[in-house]
Design a protein around this ligand. Structure first.
Ligand code: HEM
Length: 269
């Protein structure tokens, strides 16, 4: 299909009042990335259905899988949401910007499910009341807080809320950065300076660097001028490489733990 033809099927969509022309390739890619958001629910479905049917291992299986599958999924969705703006800065692409809101809402849905299932099923690991299961350790408090902080973000992720809040809307959306920190604290308290925490830092680093105002302004300006191509290519390879060092093992962790959950043989460690 020629570029012209691809663009002839374009459908405009809205992002904060801005009109975006999305090619048919862009529309397909957006739906592909939206479809990925079903993965955590599909992976957990067999264990949840078994538990609802009263299977003897049902609750224990969910307890063993929930943090690994839904925690890792929530983090990966968060990271992909945070990658939307840096990808725009580096490439100038706009077809994917609609995903920022979709990924934010999906992150809340997955984290909320994580918190709910943890509150119901993890009594074997955290004996006590429901409050012990969601707040009996500082790492649990950090995980629960990260999830609860998503509520104002999701509630205000729409145009009526944006109009109502006016200039305060951005301040509310900045809670995203607080969530970023509380998630890293959650992982540091759980794992210290070991692999998962370091992977989380590695994926975060390029996303922070590309948000620094002077980096963002410089990159946007030279991209628009078409200058500094070699420097930009080297920087892009370095940043994408660091991102990959964190993202690939985390995605692999989800594949391994998620497939074990799907066949209802989680690691009860
Ligand atoms: C925004 C919300 C959250 C994010 C992004 C998140 C992220 C993660 C990640 C990436 C892991 C590592 C998983 C692995 O070992 O492969 C993890 C582990 C864990 N999370 Fe969370 N989490 C969140 C919320 C919660 C909540 C609400 C709870 C419970 C109340 C919780 C409890 C745990 C526990 C107990 C582990 C350790 C699992 C294990 O290694 O056995 N998390 N979390």
């Amino acid at each position: 299909m020629s570029t012209e033809r691809a663009y002839s099927t374009s459908a405009p969509s809205d992002l904060g009042g801005e009109r975006i022309n999305r090619s048919s390739y862009g529309t397909k890619a957006v739906w592909f990335f939206r479809a990925l958001l079903l993965i955590p629910f599909v992976l957990m479905a067999p264990e949840v259905i078994s538990a609802l049917r009263g299977s003897p291992d049902g609750m224990a299986n969910i307890s063993a899988s929930v943090a690994d599958v839904l925690g890792t999924s929530t983090f990966l969705i968060f990271i992909m949401m945070l990658a939307v703006t840096p990808i725009y800065t580096m490439t100038g692409w706009r077809w994917h910007t609609v995903l920022r809101r979709d990924y934010g809402i999906a992150m809340f849905a997955v984290a909320g499910t994580d918190l709910t299932l943890a509150a119901i099923t993890t009594g074997d690991t955290f004996p006590g009341t429901v409050l012990t299961r969601i707040g009996g350790h500082t790492f649990l408090v950090a995980g629960t807080l990260s999830t609860l902080l998503l509520v104002p973000l999701v509630v205000t992720a729409n145009q009526p809320a944006q109009r109502w809040l006016g200039r305060h809307w951005k301040a509310v959306q900045r809670l995203t950065y607080v969530v970023w920190v509380t998630i890293l604290i959650h992982l540091f308290l759980l794992f210290g300076l070991s692999a998962i925490f370091l992977e989380a830092v590695a994926v975060s680093m390029p996303l922070v660097i590309l948000r620094l105002p002077w980096v963002r302004h410089w990159w946007t300006a030279v991209r628009r001028r078409g200058s500094r191509r070699v420097l930009r290519a080297v920087a892009a390879i370095a940043l994408v490489g660091i991102f990959g060092l964190g993202f690939v093992p985390l995605a692999n962790e989800l594949a391994v733990r998620g497939s074990a959950a799907f066949v209802q043989k989680p690691n009860h460690d």
